[in-house]
Design a protein around this ligand. Sequence first.
Ligand code: TXA
Ligand code: MG
Length: 330
Amino acid sequence: MKTKYLQFNDKDLTAAGELIRQGELVAFPTETVYGLGANAFNVNAVKNSYSAKGRPSDNPLIVHVYDKSQIYDIAREVSSDAEKIIDSLLPASLTIVLPKRDVIDDCITAGLDTVAIRMPLSVQARKFLRYANVPVTAPSANLSGRPSPTTWQRVAEDLDGRIAAVLCGQPCGVGIESTVLDLSRDEPLILRPGIVTPQEIQSVLHKKVTVVTDPKAIVNSPGVRYKHYAPRVPMALDVSGDADKLARYYDELTRKGYNPVLLVEHPEAFGGRNVRLIGRADEEVARSLFENLRVLETQFDYIIASFSSKTQFAESILNRLTRSAGHNII
Ligand code: TXA
Ligand code: MG
């Protein structure tokens, strides 16, 4: 299949919307990462999005909307907590999990009785969704297991020839995927941390929000179980920021014949070694994280990342880094 590369003008957006309604796959920008869009009301299209990515079919998809009213068309029950979140936080880099209506097929939810719904903050994303004018399922637009794409060029790298079109928008400003908040039960649960923090959610709900930390314990968000965000070369993660320890680890790898690189907060501390700045502030680390991994895997054969920030947002970055490193914490 020849993939079309579309721009954000009325003609191309109209074409993108038509492709979605016809059951084709269109990748599009959001503020978190690029998504691989399919018409949520077309079972074949949704199934094709799993195969284009090579995604296991028991990992459910997020349904994207441009207007709050669409949430009520696909959720069977909207609790008062959910209403508070919808009214005061959306649109946001936040996905809410609610009981599903029958219009949402089991292949979207992997058989669960709930559906994940997201109204993106990105104006470009909502514009595309408006032209599509149907709810759109969208996993991150990468091959399954790979770091999520934050530019249209990275989408092309993974999916060119496998999907109908890529809508070429801005690079993603947030850089890691949305916070997933389960509001389908009495106790609000964060299933995947993101830029919308537990604190922010708590300040709207005025009740405790639990962050699920052990992915193995999760039965209701299968996506967090899988190998994810992994670069093509081995990776290790340090959370102390201890430069001496990192230098020793690096030197040991070079003795073993590796050509490693340090992806760190203070590259200036590692004279003569291969280094790259991971970012100065949390926001910058998140924005460039997946791009950094995709750049470094082509130049080096071992990535040693170090990230020691301890803020609530840092937790969500650490979540991605830990999984990129396959839990290889040093
Ligand atoms: O920022 C994002 O959320 C991006 C952009 C494109 O919107 N999308 C994204 O989709 O990250 P994906 O497919 O890579 O991740 C979806 C996550 C998975 O962890 C999945 O398990 C969870 O959402 N999920 C989907 N439906 C669910 C449900 N009914 N219950 C619990 N978790 C669900
Ligand atoms: Mg993903």
